[in-house]
Design a binder for this molecule. Structure first.
Ligand SMILES: O=C(O)COP(=O)(O)O
Ligand SMILES: [Mg+2]
Length: 227
């Protein structure tokens, strides 16, 4: 069998980006007179990329958003976020050892995020993680994004792997859905930014900590999927 590929979501899965996302979002939206958002608000705003996060913030506060204002907001958000990266964002506990363990066992790694690709690359580069991944795709890399199956399937193809030997690891609805849509098994983490309990999304496995993410677990999840 070709070597398995483990595809990771980014925000709330590989890296705890919430404080920087909240700060960058608030930097932009408060200039439009919008009350700052909180971490709890973020769980309802994040997951569909930067544009959607701004649109949802305006909707949350009942404020209209023109196309022109959205373009301006995007620039403010992206410039601030990009300029302060990696900021206070940190990989989740045990992540780096887990990546070592998977790679030492010959497994390959990729990232499939709805974050704009440029921001994803800059963040992973700033954290010294970028070279680990055979493919990195963002919400603007292809014509579609998570939960559309093609986002995951194209990421898998770019990594030189096949869907039958791939697993998706994520923290939110779009990650579990994209896996299901692509017929790829899913492993969920409960420490990210889901606005509902992750178990209610019925992933194939839930791991509480990256210490549980081992080559054996990946192979077990892949075997179970084929039955
Ligand atoms: O930035 C977002 O909205 C979502 O990012 P994620 O797909 O890495 O969770
Ligand atoms: Mg996420």
């Amino acid at each position: 069998m070709s070597s398995p590929l483990v595809v990771f979501d980014l925000d709330g899965t590989l890296v705890d980006t919430a404080p920087d996302l909240v700060a960058s979002l608030n930097h932009a939206v408060t200039q439009a007179g919008i009350e700052p958002v909180t971490y709890t608000d973020l769980t309802h705003l994040v997951g569909h990329g930067a544009r959607a996060m701004i649109e949802r913030t305006f909707a949350l506060r009942g404020k209209a958003l023109s196309e022109e204002e959205l373009t301006w907001q995007m620039k403010e958000f992206v410039d601030f976020y990009h300029g302060s990266m990696p900021g206070g964002s940190l990989p989740y506990p045990g992540l780096v050892s887990a990546l070592d363990r998977l790679q030492d066992a010959g497994l390959r790694l990729a990232v499939c995020t709805n974050k704009p690709e440029m921001l994803a690359r800059r963040l992973l580069d700033g954290l010294g993680l970028i070279d680990r991944f055979a493919a990195i795709s963002g919400g603007d890399t292809f014509a579609v994004r998570k939960p559309h199956a093609e986002h995951l399937l194209s990421t898998v193809a770019h990594a030189g792997a096949v869907a039958e030997h791939s697993v998706m690891v994520g923290d939110s609805l779009n990650d579990i859905l994209v896996a299901r849509n692509a017929s790829v098994p899913s492993i969920a983490v409960p420490f990210g930014y889901s606005d509902v309990p992750i178990a209610s999304l019925s992933p194939d496995r839930i791991i509480e900590h990256f210490d549980e993410l081992t080559p054996e677990l990946v192979r077990t999840v892949l075997r179970r999927e084929k039955k």
